[in-house]
Design a protein. Structure first.
Length: 206
């Protein structure tokens, strides 16, 4: 295949596709694995900004509202994710507090805010903000380090082990976090880098 600026590699199976634009309301999928590789640009931008904004609101609930409530006889304890992380902030467990805060709170929030900063103005047909390209690269770089789904797996394991020892009740932060994991999965599987970068490049040249 001859060199071309329109070549796009599938992010899942690495098949090369030559794309000469996407019609309004259309999605282009990989011929091998059916992954979305390009979509109509306004649709892609709006969807990502809406999902990121929704996740950011839910993250506020995760940080400050009760995550789990533990009852055992007269003992009753509830805590948010932030409060739970801060219980390990002394002594040998301090690195654990830093890791939980960084990978479960700081990096996911930074990634969501990077998407909104980079693509938010484009949803209103306005020029991108300064540093939009850097913010978009940062969001892509942080993807493997924002470990919301890993945290939920750890919580599920803990719930299984504690189920016989005490009565557990899920707080609003638990369900919000579960929703974030679901929304992030949808956002990442439907993310079209070709459409996003094309839209950002076009808006920057105006």
């Amino acid at each position: 295949m001859a060199p071309s600026d329109d070549l796009v590699c599938c992010p899942v199976c690495d098949v090369l596709h030559e794309i000469h634009g996407v019609a309004d309301g259309k999605r282009l999928r990989c011929v091998r694995c059916n992954t979305v590789i390009a979509v109509d640009r306004p649709e892609a931008i709006v969807r990502i900004v809406v999902l990121a904004s929704t996740s950011l609101v839910l993250m506020f609930i995760v940080i400050f509202f009760p995550f789990l409530e533990l009852r055992n006889g007269v003992f009753d304890s509830r805590a948010s994710v932030f409060e739970t992380a801060m219980t390990f902030n002394r002594g040998i467990m301090a690195p654990l507090a830093i890791a939980v805060t960084l990978f479960v709170i700081v990096l996911p929030v930074a990634r969501l805010m990077s998407f909104i900063w980079a693509l938010g103005p484009l949803t209103f047909d306005r020029p991108p903000l300064p540093g939009a390209a850097f913010a978009l690269r940062l969001a892509d770089t942080l993807r493997p380090w924002a470990m919301a789904e890993i945290f939920m797996i750890g919580v599920a394991v803990a719930l299984v082990k504690l189920g016989d020892l005490a009565t557990l009740a899920m707080g609003p932060a638990f369900w919000s976090f579960a929703a974030i994991v679901f929304i992030t999965a949808i956002q990442d599987t439907q993310l079209s880098k070709y459409s996003i970068w094309t839209a950002l490049d076009t808006a920057s040249r105006r």
